[in-house]
Design a protein around this ligand. Structure first.
Ligand SMILES: Nc1nc2c(c(=O)[nH]1)N[C@H]1C(S)=C(S)[C@@H](COP(=O)(O)O)O[C@H]1N2
Ligand SMILES: [Mo]
Length: 415
């Protein structure tokens, strides 16, 4: 498998426009038409079989997966959302990637409390039920781990967008704006930062400027209409829209108000960006504009020989909405504007499509997102020129997929 492919060597496999009729493959003697299938003759399961529904057994491949060499042990772990197998912009709860530093805390909501302390007029302790008595809001946001794509800095490595881009999920949160809870305690004039803390064994903490806390942070108790999953911080998690996943403290038990950042472990030894001059950038909170083609991709090859083909992908920005996505079928020489479809919420995933007529030949697929602030997703080389190759976090570079004749797809870099 070659890591670097020359654009010039590639004959583009795409005809200019889609227009030909969609050829179907079913024949008149197809048993799927001529035979009566078992499910057409027998009674199915009754409603008592699955009080909590699960997907069709034919979808058993659509699961979170991990990268064995990346995951030291089961409790300090990462898995990835199967974004190559999902549609629209909402991630189903059971498929949201997980990142926990000390495993999944199993918290009894009756024994859980949220404390507000530090530079406040009145330190307060809330039960979960008391949190639910504040006015609540429903908001759709993506959460992306800052390390998403972290294994790809030096070259194309992981074969699948699940692994290169799957440390992301996007759900509708129900929760209480943090500003209401902080107002109840009364932030003192000197209070400029908050320190959320998790109830898990990692005791996750991050310093967040008060300005952000008051702008759009939420204390969420539900996702996609039901209670948070244990993996996602049940019963309470902090939502920090557009900012790196590490700050979204799960199993939220305490928020301290202070006058300076705390410089804890997760903002010094981790979640800092080593630059090419040997210095580390700190407090790089916002997730940059980014996109990826989810179909076709290595885990979702093209299975027809040629003709009508739907290219689909996801785009997002921690700074707002997605204004435009361009796609290239020839490794970045020619670009066309993709079709954005579905709701466009700030700091949420956006879905894009590009329908084209495939001639069955090789392609080098790329997507490039532009956000509402005008930021343009950079090429890998442009990003490396600024950031070097020693970074782990905040890789928002353009991804290239090589579609081979026959439809197989692999992760490559163009050069
Ligand atoms: N309490 C606590 N909060 C946490 C973590 C953790 O280990 N403990 N992991 C953080 C990291 S690094 C990320 S990327 C996100 C992952 O959220 P998810 O598991 O819902 O995908 O949660 C963050 N919040
Ligand atoms: Mo993370």
């Amino acid at each position: 498998m070659s890591d670097s492919i020359s654009r010039r060597k590639l004959l583009t496999g795409a005809a200019a426009t889609a227009g030909a009729a969609l050829a179907t493959t079913a024949r008149a003697d197809d048993p799927a038409i001529t035979e009566v299938q078992p499910w057409n003759q027998e009674l199915g399961d009754g409603v008592d079989v699955a009080p909590y529904g699960v997907p069709s057994e034919f979808e058993a491949d659509v699961v979170r997966r991990n990268v064995p060499w990346l995951t030291a042990d089961a409790t300090s772990s990462i898995n990835f959302t199967p974004i190559h197998a999902l549609e629209g912009i909402i991630t189903p709860n059971g498929l949201c990637f997980e990142r926990h530093h000390s495993g999944v805390a199993l918290v009894d909501p009756a024994e859980h409390r949220l404390m507000i302390n530090g530079l406040v007029d009145t330190p307060l302790v809330f039960t979960v039920d008391e949190i639910k008595r504040f006015p609540r809001e429903n908001r759709i946001y993506f959460l992306e781990c800052a390390a998403n794509g972290g294994m790809e800095w030096r070259g194309a490595q992981l074969n699948g967008c699940q692994f290169t881009h799957g440390m992301i999920h996007c759900v509708q949160y129900t929760g209480v704006p943090l500003k209401h809870i902080l107002a109840e305690a009364g932030v003192k004039t000197a209070g400029k930062w908050i320190l959320p803390e998790g109830a898990d064994a990692s005791g996750m903490t991050r310093s967040i400027p008060l300005e952000k806390a008051l702008e759009d942070c939420m204390v969420a108790f539900a996702m996609n209409g039901e209670a948070l999953r244990p993996e996602q911080g049940y019963p309470l998690r902090l939502v920090v829209p557009g900012w790196e996943g590490n700050m979204w403290v799960k199993w939220l038990r305490r928020i301290e108000v202070g006058d300076m950042p705390w410089h804890h472990r997760e903002e010094t030894s981790k979640y800092t960006d080593l630059m090419s001059n040997g210095k580390a950038r700190r407090f790089t909170w916002e997730m940059d504009v980014k996109s990826v083609i989810t179909n076709p991709s290595p885990q979702a090859p093209i299975t027809h020989e040629s003709g009508h083909t739907v290219l689909s992908g996801l785009a997002w920005s921690g700074r707002g909405t997605i204004k435009r996505v361009d796609v290239s079928l020839d490794g970045g020489t020619n670009w066309t504007t993709a079709r954005l479809d579905g709701p466009s919420h700030p700091k949420a995933l956006h879905r894009f499509y590009h329908e084209f007529n495939w001639d069955g030949g090789p392609l080098l697929l790329q997507s490039r997102a532009i956000d509402s602030e005008g930021h343009v997703q950079p090429t890998k080389d442009a990003l490396r020129a600024v950031r070097g190759t020693e970074s782990i976090y905040h890789n928002n570079s353009i991804q290239t997929w090589h579609v081979r004749e026959g439809g197989e797809v692999e992760n490559v870099e163009v050069g």
